[in-house]
Design a protein around this ligand. Structure first.
Ligand SMILES: Nc1ncnc2c1ncn2[C@@H]1O[C@H](COP(=O)(O)OP(=O)(O)OP(=O)(O)O)[C@@H](O)[C@H]1O
Ligand SMILES: [Mg+2]
Length: 346
């Protein structure tokens, strides 16, 4: 197949996305596909004239390693200049491909904006459509839908920038941006002294912030492929919570796959993950994140519509536990995504 792998873009998860993109592009090439890797924001200017020519070129793909901190987006923006989040040649390139593999995380690449735009250009792409992407990206709306369907989620409140008269929440709590990812801007707060700093960090990311009750317990995550749950992973950071550094620096977090749960617990969380997928109108594949408290109660934190596929990411580990290697996983994602367009075969 001729495949465009889209990565980068102007999102706080830009670096994570470049890591996912380089890994996926290399793996798909190794499986015999003609792959062009492109940064959503910088585009491929040479594709404006002749997009097809790029598929027969074998530019080397170097695997990108994520740093300890998220990127400086103002500096990235300044490197290109001009208006618009779609770089030159992106539309031409994607229209010339059989499918566009979305290796984007966070922001317009994952929140439905790009998905709607690609729909208008009749460009097939991997993952959920615009509606599911938008619902899952917004944690406040996600929680409303969960409440309607009886899916437990940590109790909390929503704050808007400029809201007057904030009362202090009960501690410990978690402060996070409403549409964030990779824990950017997220803090676990244990006392009033830390609360203002946590709010500033979250409001630096966006205008809507959630303050949730801290759930003490085990952290579990489940992939869903084509509506069916994958093996469950238990996540155990060596220090602190599962923050940006613990997510992408190798060796800082232990992931147990399959998670050491009873068969009943495993089945329960897998059925719940499938319900989350249906509730949020997700398609193709996704990953749902959970916490299990000391009493065994499961709380769903959120669903990710374009979950990470970096060397430390979780979905590839779940696939490996099912006997599927990384390249086969990328192809499977394409295959199940094609079903959205009435084509199920590669
Ligand atoms: N209510 C909570 N109680 C305890 N820990 C929490 C809570 N909410 C979030 N966390 C911790 O913060 C991490 C990030 O939270 P969450 O999954 O909601 O945000 P995210 O940034 O969208 O994550 P992702 O990288 O999966 O997109 C969780 O993995 C968990 O370790
Ligand atoms: Mg999460």
């Amino acid at each position: 197949m001729d495949i465009v792998v889209l990565c980068g873009g102007l999102s706080q998860e830009r670096d994570v996305s470049i890591s996912t993109g380089t890994c996926a592009a290399r793996a798909l090439r190794e499986r015999g596909h003609r792959v062009v890797l492109a940064d959503l924001f910088f585009g491929r200017p040479e594709a404006v004239e002749d997009p097809r020519a790029l598929f027969s070129r074998e530019d080397p793909v170097n695997i990108y390693a994520v740093g300890e901190k998220e990127p400086d987006l103002a500096a990235v923006r300044a490197r290109r200049g001009g208006r618009g989040l779609l770089g030159p040649g992106i539309v031409e390139l994607c229209q010339a491909a059989d499918i566009t593999f979305l290796a984007l995380h966070g922001g317009p690449g994952e929140n439905g904006q790009l998905q709607a735009c690609l729909d208008m250009y009749e460009i097939p792409y991997t993952g959920s459509g615009y509606l599911g992407s938008a619902l899952a990206m917004d944690k406040e709306i996600t929680k409303c839908l969960f409440a309607q369907e009886g899916i437990s989620t940590p109790p909390g409140i929503t704050l808007h920038r400029g809201d007057a008269g904030r009362t202090l929440p009960a501690f410990p709590c978690v402060v996070k941006p409403c549409s964030g990812g990779s824990s950017v801007g997220t803090s676990v707060v244990t006392d009033a002294a830390q609360y203002e700093d946590a709010l500033s960090a979250a409001f630096a990311c966006e205008d809507t912030v959630l303050v949730e009750q801290y759930i003490k317990g085990r952290e579990l995550t489940v992939g869903i492929m084509d509506g069916r749950a994958m093996p469950v992973i238990e996540i155990i950071p060596r220090q602190g919570f599962y923050d940006y550094k613990n997510k992408y620096q190798a060796g800082l977090t232990t992931e147990l796959c399959p998670a050491p749960l009873t068969p009943e617990e495993t089945a329960q969380i897998q059925r719940l993950a499938e319900k989350v997928y249906r509730t949020l109108h997700l398609q193709a594949y996704a990953r749902a994140d959970f916490l299990m408290d000391g009493t065994g109660e499961l709380y769903c934190l959120e669903a990710n519509t374009l979950p990470g596929m970096t060397p430390t990411s979780l979905i590839p580990q779940m696939a490996a536990a099912e006997g599927m290697d990384y390249g086969a996983l990328c192809e499977r994602i394409i295959e199940v995504s094609m079903k959205k367009y009435g084509r199920g075969q590669l």
